[in-house]
Design a protein around this ligand. Structure first.
Ligand code: FAD
Length: 471
């Protein structure tokens, strides 16, 4: 139960847009929010109505806390950019039956990992019919719809959404404890017994609180994406799927040697195609990111999927890819940080998962804040259960186990040599040059390795390293 303060002053904040209860924008259009008054002194202010913030607000509201969810966009998801696949099983126990109501584009049944050079590609193409039925695995969904849907669940539970409002800084008491936020509104301070910062990558609030180390470009990638329209039946035919089935293609070797990779996802009536590349090396290369997306779209293994598609949207966003070693402390007196604001995207080569990690950490932050309020101790020590909770579940367990993966996946050999080596190996195996007899496998492997400057010792070292990193 919430331990609401009887002495709370009767002050209200009139938000720019206002509050909504029960439903938020189902699509990309700006919804009409009726202006209402909002308590300026609540149990918890959550900043950012992305997946982390809405999950935190949901957990808090369900626990009976008064919670205000502040979002700078006109509605949740309005400004949010990602690639396109959400792994939703983290919601199983929180929103039973979520699969029946979530705004899904397609359920992913085919996942392909494509290693390529400008003119070749080798794919591992996995398909599972089980992924196309409950409980499902991954889904493609638009963030403008998914984030709005998740925020609506928090509002249904009792949270108050304040859109079109930017948190500009922290309020503190004389002891330095966080006691609320400043906003960009003239009447805009919001005091609270706790703040949960879910304001995404490069979080100003987390930095101000000393919970996020100063920005280090080496720990960030830039994601650039185009959404292209295609008729649904064309998508089904080209990608070999039925109407609600989707495909996820991840690519390595398509970024001109700049550490990173590409992706192609199917939505119902569009496809999303893009690249994710290391920020400092992109800057050093002087290549424009849209040229890299154009490379992917032109590639002989990708172009046939996209023939005749028309550009609908172009977007770009930073990704915190530093993983476990780039995370700061997760709590300070009166405040917690979750999701990308705490660098919680898992970018480990085979996986780029951020939304599920944001939801998992947001829920845990909500639980920890509620428990600390109930115990009357919102100091960093009183909030320590947050980290323990994250360590006991996938959020920090996966990060800790895979902490060396970004180093391996973004290494020079994996990025610049192995794609060509693997494609040459396939070429040597499958090209028939009769009347010359087939060369042996070992000879082909030696020749491919030599051509790409990889020694057998390098190969052995990297195999061992990969076995350790992904153990
Ligand atoms: C190109 C790209 C591809 C990706 N692909 C995938 C993918 O396919 N699958 C996946 O799971 N993850 C993917 N990710 C990662 C994923 O998008 C993030 O991990 C996830 O969005 C993090 O959620 P969050 O709630 O922590 O932050 P965000 O989603 O960034 O939400 C932060 C919210 O806070 C609001 N906000 C920010 N500052 C303020 C402020 N001062 N005041 C008020 N509101 C504020 C923002 O408007 C936003 O709504 C991708 C990311 C990128 C960039």
């Amino acid at each position: 139960m919430a331990d609401r303060r009887p002495d709370r002053p009767d002050r209200t904040l009139r938000p720019h847009g206002a509050r909504t209860r029960g439903s938020v924008a189902p699509a990309a259009a700006t919804p009409a929010y009726a202006p209402v008054d909002v308590d300026v002194d609540v149990d918890v202010v959550v900043v950012g109505a992305g997946p982390a913030g809405s999950a935190a607000a949901l957990a808090l509201a369900r626990a009976g806390r008064s919670v205000v969810l502040v979002e700078r966009g006109p509605f949740p998801g309005a400004k949010n950019v990602y690639g396109g696949v959400v792994y939703g099983r983290v919601l199983d126990s929180v929103i039973p039956g979520w699969q029946d109501e979530v705004p899904v584009e397609r359920w992913v049944v085919r996942r392909s990992t494509m290693v390529m050079t400008p003119s070749q590609s080798v794919s591992i193409d996995y398909r599972s019919e089980a992924w196309g039925a409950p409980p499902y695995n991954g889904m493609t969904t638009y963030r403008s719809r998914f984030d709005a849907w998740l925020a609506a669940r928090a509002i249904d539970a009792g949270a108050t959404l304040v859109p079109s409002t930017v948190a500009t800084g922290l309020l503190r008491d004389t002891a330095g404890r966080v006691t609320g936020i400043r906003t960009d509104r003239p009447d805009g301070d919001l005091t609270a017994r706790m703040v949960v910062a879910c304001d995404g990558v490069n979080s100003f609030l987390a930095k101000e609180a000393g919970l996020l180390p100063p920005a280090d470009a080496r720990h960030h990638t830039l994601g650039v994406k185009e959404v292209l329209a295609l008729p649904p039946e064309v998508i089904n035919e080209r990608f070999g799927v039925l109407s609600d089935q989707g495909v996820d293609i991840e690519m390595l070797g398509c970024t001109r040697g700049i550490p990173g990779g590409g992706f192609l996802y199917t939505n119902a009536e569009t496809v999303s195609v893009g690249v994710v590349v290391s920020l400092p090396e992109l800057a050093a290369s002087k290549v424009r990111p849209e040229e890299l997306v154009a490379d992917v779209k032109r590639h002989p293994s990708i172009a046939p999927y996209l023939r005749g598609a028309s550009l609908q949207e172009y977007s770009a966003h930073l990704i915190p890819e530093g993983g476990f070693d780039a995370m700061g402390p997760l709590a300070t007196d009166g405040m917690l940080v979750a999701g990308d604001a705490a660098s919680m995207t898992l970018a480990a080569g085979l996986w780029l998962e951020g939304v599920n990690f944001a939801i998992g950490s947001g829920l845990a932050a909500g639980r920890a804040a509620h428990q600390a309020l109930a115990a009357g101790d919102t100091s960093a020590r009183g909030l320590a259960s947050y980290r323990t909770d994250l360590e006991s579940q996938f959020v920090l367990a996966d990060h800790q186990r895979l902490r060396r993966a970004p180093g391996l996946v973004l290494s020079e050999r994996v990025q610049q040599r192995y794609p060509g080596l693997i494609c040459d190996l396939a070429d040597g195996l499958f090209t028939v040059t009769n009347p010359v007899p087939k060369p042996g496998l070992v000879r082909i492997a030696r020749r491919s390795a030599r051509r790409h400057g990889v020694s057998l010792a390098d190969l052995a070292r990297d195999t061992l390293r990969a076995a350790r990193v992904f153990r």
